[in-house]
Write a protein that binds this ligand. Structure first.
Ligand code: GUN
Ligand code: FE
Length: 432
């Protein structure tokens, strides 16, 4: 495929969070995998550039899922009767134990990758399990989808069933070295390793310390969980009494932003001190509204994070969340913010549609660089969406069409094509 081309259609994105910017029947230039501008008509100097005409379709930035567990995809939509710590023991750990079997990993990860391929997601930060070979298998499948992702072999050395507890800190760190080396050797172009200590309850101080060495050696980014559930937060005080607060427990080991580019999922119960540290260290918060509801964790104070200028994206958190759909994550984020406003805090204005769209694209995208918007110089990740499968008796504004497509979940069945860093992934409408 040509490196330089135009997409023609209805181009919609959020360069700033307060407004969905729309360009009807416009031309979006892709040059060597980056956005080259939006034009009403091809400029004379670019007349020879090929045009891919998508008619009346919507052209949106690809969605960024900042937190998803590939290894939990198989049980999504079930086991919703427990809170976090019990849920992990009852459903998550037994399922993740299965990934010791390479044949199971291959079967399950093929299904996961296929669903991601059909989704509107173009970038993702993904958890595997403690198993090195299974996680490499996951990376092979994700590489095949064209999605650009960070994938983590999970580390845990305590408080899990024996089959899911690594022998000790050294062997867990050693295995992680092996995982990162193997991933580098496979020469992926789109799939990168990320350090993934599960959370402090399953990671001893020795393990966090050993992992900080691995991180430094390879300059790895980090992903984990933070202040998701009240019992979990209390547990941290028992397990690591010297930590001033939960996030400090990671920070003491150099696993909390700064040089270590870090995503922390949830942050429902972050104290003022913790929020200040998140800001200081430039940690990305992955807001996972569906998971917050399903595990009855609570509602993250997203207005405070957004208005406070923190780095925030959205995560599906499958299988805490039941679906990989980032359209669903967007609507969930808006809806829970309304309940938060109603029940908790009348000064916390609910998220607007454009703010939620921003979080799902440019907000989370910033973890990957210049990603999640069609501004010049941004990487060219685009989703072509055909909303004609939900016909309407009146002409609608483009803003209304985008909002409606997201609320109606037209990412199922409505995706005509996906471009990632300027490379086209052919998807037939209606195959999902
Ligand atoms: N905290 C530690 N592990 C997990 C997990 O797998 N899912 C969620 N939602 N929270 C966690
Ligand atoms: Fe999670």
């Amino acid at each position: 495929m040509n490196d330089t081309f135009f997409l023609k259609g209805n181009i919609c994105h959020t360069p700033v969070k307060d407004r969905l910017d729309v360009h009807e029947g416009a031309y979006l230039l892709c040059e060597d995998g980056r956005c080259g501008g939006i034009f009403d008509a091809p400029p004379p100097a670019l007349r020879a550039v090929p045009v891919l005409d998508y008619g009346d379709c919507l052209i949106l930035p690809g969605m960024v899922d900042l937190h998803i567990h590939a290894s939990q995809f198989a049980y999504r939509g079930t086991g919703m009767d427990e809170q976090l710590l019990e849920w992990l023991q009852k459903y998550t750990f037994p399922e993740e134990s299965r990934y010791a079997d390479p044949a199971y990993a291959e079967r399950a990860y093929r299904i996961f990758a296929d669903a991601m391929d059909k989704s509107a997601t173009t970038r993702a930060a993904v958890f595997g399990t403690i198993h090195r070979d299974a996680t490499l298998c996951l990376m092979d499948f994700l590489e095949g989808t064209g999605i650009i992702s960070y994938v983590g072999k999970v580390n845990m050395d305590r408080d899990a069933p024996p089959a899911l507890t690594e022998k000790d800190a050294d062997s867990s760190a050693f295995d992680t070295f092996g995982f990162v080396n193997a991933a580098h050797k496979r020469g992926y172009r789109r799939t990168m390793p990320i350090l993934t200590p599960r959370f402090i309850p399953t990671c001893s101080d020795e393990l966090l310390s050993a992992l900080s060495e691995v991180r430094r050696a390879y300059d790895l980014p980090v992903q984990s969980h933070l202040s998701e559930n009240p019992e979990e937060v209390m547990l941290i005080k028992l397990l690591m009494p010297e930590a001033a607060f939960y996030g400090d427990g990671y920070d003491r080991f150099g696993l909390f932003g700064g040089d270590a580019r870090t995503i922390m999922a949830h942050c429902v119960y972050s104290s003022a001190e913790e929020i200040a540290r998140i800001r200081e260290r430039g940690v990305w918060i992955a807001h996972c509204p569906a998971s917050n509801m399903n595990l009855a964790s609570g509602i993250a104070p997203i207005r405070k994070y957004v208005d406070g200028g923190l780095r925030v994206g959205l995560g599906s958190d499958v299988a805490g969340g039941q679906t990989e759909s980032m359209f669903r994550a967007m609507t969930d984020a808006i809806q829970v913010s309304k309940l938060y406003w109603r029940y908790h805090d009348h000064s916390a204005r609910p998220l607007s549609f454009s703010e939620s769209f921003y979080l799902a694209t440019k907000g989370g995208g910033s973890f990957f660089g210049q990603v999640g918007s069609f501004e010049e110089g941004f990487e060219f990740d685009a989703v072509v969406l055909d909303d004609s499968l939900a016909p309407h008796p009146q002409p609608l504004t483009l803003q209304d069409r985008v909002e409606r497509a997201v609320y109606l979940g037209l990412d199922r069945g409505g995706i005509r094509e996906k471009f990632i860093r300027g490379v086209k992934r052919g998807l037939d409408a209606g195959t999902s």
